[in-house]
Design a protein around this ligand. Structure first.
Ligand SMILES: C[S@@+](CC[C@H](N)C(=O)[O-])C[C@H]1O[C@@H](n2cnc3c(N)ncnc32)[C@H](O)[C@@H]1O
Length: 225
């Protein structure tokens, strides 16, 4: 059976896990997720005074890193989960956050110089619609950064085992087990980077850069409009 990505269900799940989301990320990735996020965002080479939309911003990691590496940049964090956004605002009191659905962005055509999405697109039911919204709201020449799990190889299967083991130890106490089964299933159903790049190209994006981490288990792709 494929993952149910109904927006209400997904939002409820992230509302539920919001309080332990950051801690679990640190635990299951042994802290590497922050380093990879930093690395990917540095490689986006955000120019001064630009305007960035961080989609599926969650608890605001990307928003915070962008603020650090490019302090003159204006960033908006966008997510559908109120509880994740509350935590994002605590981490980034100066930044602006908005609640909404990525398949229906409340922004005009070509508003943003950069659009980022980290571990988010995988959770969206209508990926094609979200991508067309990203394309519409990006400036011509603007860049889109997508970061998520990558190839479904051995390192990805090792990751599944680590997550199941750790969630068994700590996750049961906070009823995280079913939510982290969703993480594994959605990861394994998600297209690999080669396929995703083709999907992005079908929407009109042009390939710019890709980099894989942890033997391909995580990957970012930068596309331009
Ligand atoms: C796995 S978290 C990623 C958070 C953050 N970007 C990070 O890298 O830690 C996925 C986020 O996507 C949000 N999300 C899922 N579907 C969405 C949609 N259709 N519109 C807006 N946000 C959505 C969830 O609420 C959740 O906060």
């Amino acid at each position: 059976m494929t993952c149910d990505k109904n927006l209400l269900k997904i939002t409820q799940m992230f509302d539920e896990i919001s309080l332990y989301y950051d801690k679990m990320n640190n635990l299951i990735s042994f802290g590497t997720h922050r380093l990879i996020k930093k690395f990917a965002l540095k490689n986006l080479k955000i120019e001064k005074n630009s305007y960035v939309l961080d989609l599926c911003c969650g608890t605001g990691d990307f928003t915070q890193i962008i603020g650090k590496i490019s302090p003159k940049t204006k960033v908006i964090g966008f997510d559908n989960s109120k509880e994740m956004l509350k935590l994002a605002k605590i981490k980034n009191p100066q930044k602006v956050f908005m609640q909404g659905n990525c398949t229906n962005l409340p922004f005009g055509e070509g508003e943003f110089d950069y659009i980022t999405i980290g571990f988010g697109l995988r959770n969206i039911e209508d990926r094609k619609k979200a991508l067309s919204e990203i394309y519409r709201t990006l400036k011509p020449g603007g860049k889109f950064l997508h970061l998520d799990f990558g190839r479904h190889g051995l390192s990805s299967r090792i990751f599944d085992g680590i997550v199941r083991f750790l969630v068994n130890i700590v996750g049961r106490r906070c009823h995280a087990d079913k939510n982290y089964e969703y993480l594994i299933q959605s990861k394994n159903e998600y297209p690999e980077p080669d396929e995703l790049i083709k999907e992005f190209e079908t929407q009109g994006f042009k390939f710019f850069k890709r980099q894989d981490f942890l033997f391909g288990a995580i990957s970012y792709q930068i596309m331009s409009k």
